[in-house]
Design a protein around this ligand. Structure first.
Ligand SMILES: CC(C)(COP(=O)(O)OP(=O)(O)OC[C@H]1O[C@@H](n2cnc3c(N)ncnc32)[C@H](O)[C@@H]1OP(=O)(O)O)[C@@H](O)C(=O)NCCC(=O)NCCS
Length: 174
């Protein structure tokens, strides 16, 4: 656990999620999904990967789930889940991140992603990947600023309420 501050001076803690955090983490992920602007699902989907990361079932592969705490509440998360689909891609992990609306643009995403990169490196992962809506400039700035590069584009991959959106694929070697 590291004691940090937001860019406007509020104390911030970034730490691994504990099983007891599960309901609060789920609520935060769900709230960001329900904005229907940034995430690829419209609500939190409790798939096995998330259940593993939240300590609800035994882990089948490497997973890192960090939470950001500010003003006594969990306000964001960053996760890196190693690929468990292919036995030949276990050196890679996919990153996802989100912060509650009132806590954005004060450096929390930067702290979360930096520590996720560090934790992934310490776990001897070799590459992180991410998939982001091409219109999500803030997320792109966050990832590119932390050493990710855009390696692919899937045109019109999503149709969000009648509006087509390209998906950008990003990666960063560790
Ligand atoms: C994307 C997100 C995680 C970024 O975290 P954050 O705490 O808001 O961002 P930070 O304050 O750490 O700033 C990160 C970068 O975005 C830039 N940024 C901040 N506000 C911005 C804006 N309105 N437009 C464009 N870039 C912006 C910052 O300058 C910084 O870039 P830098 O490192 O080059 O200086 C957060 O805004 C969020 O949760 N958004 C909704 C969910 C989402 O988009 N998730 C990503 C999809 S995987």
């Amino acid at each position: 656990m590291e004691l940090l501050t937001t860019s406007d001076g509020r104390p911030l803690v970034v730490r691994p999620a504990a099983p007891s955090d599960a309901p609060l983490v789920i609520a935060v992920v769900d709230a960001v999904c329900r904005e229907r602007r940034y995430m690829m699902t419209e609500r939190f989907l409790p798939g096995p990967e998330w259940q593993e990361a939240l300590g609800m079932i035994p882990r089948s592969g490497w997973k890192l789930l960090l939470v950001a705490e500010c003003e006594g509440r969990i306000v964001g998360w960053c996760r890196a889940f190693a690929d468990t689909v292919s036995p030949f891609a276990r050196h890679t992990a996919e990153v996802g991140i989100g912060i509650l609306k009132p806590y954005r643009e004060i450096g929390i995403g930067t702290h979360l992603l930096r520590q996720t990169i560090q934790g992934s490196r310490e776990a001897h992962l070799e590459k992180l990947t991410a998939a982001i809506f091409a219109i999500n400039e803030r997320a792109l700035n966050l990832f590119i600023g932390r050493g990710f590069r855009v390696t692919g584009r899937r045109y019109r991959q999503f149709n969000l309420d009648g509006r087509y959106i390209d998906e950008l694929l990003l990666e960063r070697f560790l």
